[in-house]
Design a protein around this ligand. Structure first.
Ligand code: M6R
Length: 608
């Protein structure tokens, strides 16, 4: 969603602000803006609706060598996407950029009668509120920010500058990430560390309720209660190659194709094939605590939810006496759900910043339940608030559609399930096949990606004009069907829905006609024959079926067949998911849509 950048130092601020905003483009936005200040306080203030290139056009006539400034990409919440509503917002001498939502902005606005508001945003109200304490520069800016934030209900990551003192930036966070990069005689601000990569490796991640006054060579942090905070400087692990396309046309294709390596990173040091065991350090649960687990709650949104659902199918198969509930975070946060004793909650999130997932984490913690993060973004809010966790280590996922994170989330959760099963004394003979297949998965993924891409591209051409798609699976391939449908709809805008094969006769079968094509996931296994019967039912109604199977003898006369050549049985559905990812990619490129930044969506959903 929205992105923040800021710069104060000895170089050109406009250069960093624009390059930083471009790094944050992947998060989704509809307008952008920057302000820089000269030494005498003169402001160069530019905003534009649409892409950052529109802002750059304005910049061509307004090039400055100012060395302090802030910038923003906005994803509209209050008020339409427009230049007027774009950030920074200016009130008198102050400029403010803001991520998050000020929930009580209407009440606050009523108290700010002296101000003439120009936008429909909650952010402009916050700017006025800060200004009302700043009193034309008579009080330190950081104090004014603290006074204002004490009155605010909602979430924020903010950066503020004043024409009265162009040698400081004040930043604060509550619920929206804010990172301070420490450079050489320069300090950089971003809502996402990827904007800082290549500029510095040292960063301070602000915590909720903290306000920092930043100059080119100092960072003073305090809480809203004026208590000083000693900053912890951490290392940014991401490198430049990880956030570049690396020769691919789109980030999505790069991220699909790099799954052999990204999964290897998830597995590194955690799998012992000889012994048939796995070991996860991060959750921090003793053998006894693992043994006592009776119930797992798995929480996530979108793809993370699907990963949780798939993992639950696997874990239930090999872990005795355990119940698993996989829940959608936006629903669960408002349920008065009772979580039984001896439960552990897995909090699944690529970004580690998803608002609903974070809210669930906080609610679950209140009940005294242990929380374990299955997170990718290092240092993210969820990663820092869980009791323990397992990073999936897939590197930055830039494309809005989540792909490599899904594969690794599933496997990280299965490995967590295996550690529970090991502690509960489940026989090695039961667990070893899982460990062996996990170990082979990266190379099998590579093999499948290399063998199926060309065929899928052709199939994509056949189905690109269809209006609807139905994804069908059962058992472990049902979550795969759900994930496939999500991938297709979110980037190609084809209406795609998933059903368990067994549900067909309970309604969806009525849909089958020439406007639809059906993706049938058919892994070999105990339910294979039943799924084949369901395929027959669709065939009998002239369905346009694409069958994805690892059964090399499959010979039904369906419209298209994608055969997966693999020795894996347990995780064959994960290989079939690669087909869904590639199909969504190729259909979308064939339609000429923006693959990496689909309309209306954001990479990291930091508001409810
Ligand atoms: O960062 P998270 O894993 O918490 O994000 C959850 C969802 O917003 C995300 O998976 C979303 O559904 C993706 N666009 C799906 O491709």
């Amino acid at each position: 969603m929205c992105g923040i950048v800021g710069y104060i130092g000895n170089k050109n601020a406009q250069d960093f602000l624009i390059s930083g905003l471009k790094r944050l483009e992947y998060r989704g936005y509809d307008s952008a803006g920057i302000v820089t200040l000269a030494e005498n306080g003169d402001a160069t203030y530019l905003r534009a609706q649409g892409k950052i290139t529109n802002l750059e056009e304005k910049l061509l006539k307004n090039k400055r060598s100012d060395m302090i400034g802030i910038g923003h990409t906005r994803w509209a919440t209050h008020g339409e996407p427009s230049e007027r509503n774009a950030h920074p917002h200016q009130i008198n001498d102050l400029f403010l950029v803001h991520n998050g939502i000020i929930e009580n902005y209407k009440e606050l606005k009523e108290t700010l009668n002296d101000y003439d508001f120009k936008s429909e945003t909650d952010t402009e109200v916050l700017a006025a509120l800060i200004d009302s304490f700043y009193k034309n520069g008579d009080y330190p800016l950081s104090n004014a920010v603290v006074q204002a934030l004490k009155l605010v209900k909602g979430t924020y990551g903010i950066a503020v500058v004043s024409r009265k003192n162009p040698s400081e930036i004040v930043v604060a966070r509550f619920g929206s990430p804010l990172v301070i990069g420490i450079g050489n005689n320069e300090t950089l601000i971003a809502s996402d560390a990827s904007a800082l990569v290549g500029h510095t490796k040292r960063a301070i991640y602000l915590n909720d309720g903290e306000v920092a006054r930043v100059t080119n060579d100092s960072v003073e942090i305090k809480t809203l209660n004026a208590e000083p905070v000693s900053a912890k400087v951490e290392e940014i692990e991401t490198n430049l190659a990880a956030i570049q396309k690396g020769g691919y046309e789109h980030f999505l294709l790069k991220e699909i194709m790099e799954q052999p390596q990204s999964l290897m990173e998830t597995l590194r040091g955690r799998v012992n094939v000889e012994e048939g065991t796995v070991r996860l350090g991060g959750p921090g649960l003793s053998e006894d605590e693992l043994r006592r687990i009776k119930h797992l709650v798995i929480v996530g949104c979108g793809t993370a939810y699907h990963a949780g659902l798939l993992a639950s199918y696997y874990i239930e198969k090999f872990t005795p006496e355990i119940t698993i509930e996989t829940v959608i975070a936006s629903e669960y946060r408002y349920k008065e759900a009772y979580i039984p004793e001896n439960s552990v909650a897995l909090i699944v999130s690529q970004s580690g910043e998803t608002a609903d997932t974070l809210a669930c984490l906080r609610e679950i913690k209140k009940q005294g339940i242990k929380t374990i993060g299955i997170v990718n973004a290092i240092g993210s809010t969820i990663a820092r608030e869980v009791d323990g966790g397992t990073y999936v280590h897939v590197g930055p996922e830039i494309s809005v559609a989540s792909t490599k994170a899904f594969t690794s989330q599933v496997i990280a959760m299965v490995m967590f399930g295996l550690t529970i099963a090991q502690a509960k004394g489940v026989k090695k003979a039961i667990l070893k096949p899982y460990v062996e297949e996990i170990n082979k998965l990266p190379s099998e993924i590579e093999k499948v990606l290399n063998s199926v891409s060309g065929g899928i591209k052709k199939i994509a051409d056949t189905y690109k004009e269809y209006e609807h798609a139905i994804y069908l699976g059962r058992d472990t391939s049902y979550p795969i069907a759900m994930e496939g449908a999500l991938k297709l709809k979110e980037i190609s805008y084809i209406d795609a829905n998933a059903y368990a094969f067994g549900e067909l006769k309970h309604g969806p079968l009525a849909l089958i006609d020439d406007r639809f094509f059906e993706m049938a996931f058919l892994p070999k296994g105990v339910l294979y024959d039943k799924a084949i019967s369901n395929v027959q039912e669709v065939l009998a109604r002239n369905g346009h079926i694409v069958a994805i199977t690892n059964n090399q003898e499959f010979d039904l006369q369906v419209e298209n067949i994608i055969k997966i050549d693999t020795s894996l049985l347990i995780f064959a559905p994960l290989l079939m998911n690669l087909v869904s990812q590639l199909l969504a990619y190729y259909i979308t490129t064939a339609k000429g849509y923006n693959v990496d930044q689909p309309r209306n969506l954001a990479k990291s959903v930091t508001v409810e």
